[in-house]
Design a protein around this ligand. Structure first.
Ligand SMILES: [Zn+2]
Length: 276
């Protein structure tokens, strides 16, 4: 997410919102949507091709957490996601007075973003920075300089890794409503070594990047029959050959993280764009 977090993009984003995000072929209408639809929260489609009806707003701050970079307008989610963030804040509050920094959720009706993420489209994804802030002022200082620090250098965790990041990852992985979360392969390897391959590591999935933040994804809620579940995670903690692959020459080859073409959004999402 880092290339899209820098401040110079802000005027561009605001301009695009005020112009309704262009009218040309391939224009993406979702970032221009200003408010959630009316009615109950319903997740539609998949994380990287979906939308969200009846989204709720994550408050700017709550016990133990702070929602940051609000100008991006990506603080909408399914109520279950908001409840998870609030529970995490309370869990952090029980540790000490510092704050969890909550990054992007979804846009008011979800959908594709103008940049920064391919997923986060259906209100069940949230990014959590792996560095805690001592106060809102400390959070501002941390984010004014760019992104909070990476916890990984040369395929190993560095001096920024520690109990705080482990707390965030383990807490989320142990929650039953969490489907999976993404961390840098070096972070997963460190957790595998530290725990001897604990069961909760199954949900902790290695992925490129994710060295300063983790991305937490909830499972489809029962209230949303149009939510498409992801393919199941393989059994076991995923600490063996599966993890080793990420450090192989094949994984490092340019293009191994290449992404598929843009999918066609579900029809229900096209309708949601124009719903009241
Ligand atoms: Zn994310």
């Amino acid at each position: 997410m880092s290339p899209w977090c820098s401040r110079p993009l802000r005027p561009l984003l605001l301009l695009s919102l005020s112009l309704g995000w262009g009218a040309g072929a391939g224009a993406n209408p979702w970032p221009g949507v200003e408010r959630p639809s009316i009615g109950p929260a319903r997740v539609i489609g998949a994380p990287a091709n979906g939308c969200l009806a009846g989204a709720e707003v994550l408050p700017g701050a709550g016990p133990g957490y702070l929602s940051v970079r609000r100008w991006r307008g990506r603080y909408y989610g399914h109520p279950r996601l908001l409840a998870l963030i609030e529970a995490l804040g309370r869990a952090q509050q029980a540790r000490d007075e510092r704050l969890v920094l909550v990054g992007d959720l979804s846009q008011p009706r979800g959908g594709r973003m103008s940049g920064g993420h391919r997923s986060h489209q259906h209100g069940l994804d949230v990014d959590l920075w792996l560095t805690l802030a001592a106060s809102p002022a400390d959070a501002r200082a941390l984010l004014d300089e760019g992104d909070p620090p990476s916890l990984v250098s040369d395929d190993r965790v560095n001096r920024h890794w520690g109990e705080d990041a482990r707390f965030l990852i383990e807490w989320a992985a142990r929650r039953p409503e969490v489907d999976r979360l993404f961390v840098n392969p070096a972070i997963k390897r460190t957790l595998c070594d530290a725990t001897g391959g604990a069961d909760w590591l199954r949900k902790v999935r290695p992925w490129w990047g994710h060295d300063a933040h983790t991305h937490v994804r909830l499972a489809c809620p029962e209230d949303s029959p149009a939510c498409e579940p992801q393919s199941p995670i393989p059994a076991g903690p995923g600490c063996g050959a599966e993890l080793d692959w990420w450090f192989s020459a094949e994984a490092r080859r340019p293009g191994s993280g290449r992404r598929a073409a843009e999918p066609t959004p579900p029809a229900a999402c096209a309708r949601l764009l124009h719903a009241p």
